[in-house]
Design a protein around this ligand. Sequence first.
Ligand code: PGA
Length: 261
Amino acid sequence: MEVIIRATLDACTSIAATIVAKHLRERKCPVLGLATGSTPERLYAELIAMFRRGEISFGGCTTFNLDEYVGLDASHPQSYHYDMRTKLFDHVDLEPSRTHLLDGCSTDLRAECRDYEQRISTAGGIHLQILGIGANGHIGFNEPFGSLSSRTWVKILSRRTLEDNARYFQDRNDVPRQVITMGVGTILKAAHCLVMAFGRQKAEAVCQMIEGPVTARCPASALQLHRRTTVILDEPAACLLQHRADFEWIERNKLPWQRYD
Ligand code: PGA
């Protein structure tokens, strides 16, 4: 894994935006995998700013979101459909028919999962998958102890994630318990994975993901098997890493074209 640690959220965001912009500029039909939650919010704001300055365009770009709550329709303010519209889609030149999200209200969720895998494959696979990480090590909504080779599927939220996400809902009992998510195996098929983690509450999971064994206890650790994963961390999220000096050594010795800033 390529591990990049920066002192400020602005510096982390700028590197992440540079990576996304590179994919948008270098490919005619880029396919982005998108994440929701608080982690990518600054990145999306920066991408909107870059688009407004004429530095990037999403024309020709196709997107696939990682996950969605079961039972929340696209107009529900806590649905990830709504979140993506308000935080990114409505502000850039993405063609709406090219933005794909899982339908958590489908009457046949298993068919929805199969169809999503098919749509990703028809688009030619995901070039860049943006990811956050849960405090319990989940990626997408792949909670601990699920299969590390899973494809898009329906999962039960862990109690930890339910508590963590309750902040977005008026009543914690309103948080759906079932979700639909790309599998870990789906994520691992992306050509490049970009993980961001900010804040001390992510430090344990980050340490397990990067330095721990590959284990279903920490689904993000499966990214150690991925051929191209970049992890961007702020100081608090990186504070438990034991091998930080090694990551810094690599950064100091990168060739100019291997650097993002
Ligand atoms: P957060 O969630 O960005 O809201 O912290 C990340 C995740 O659960 O993957």
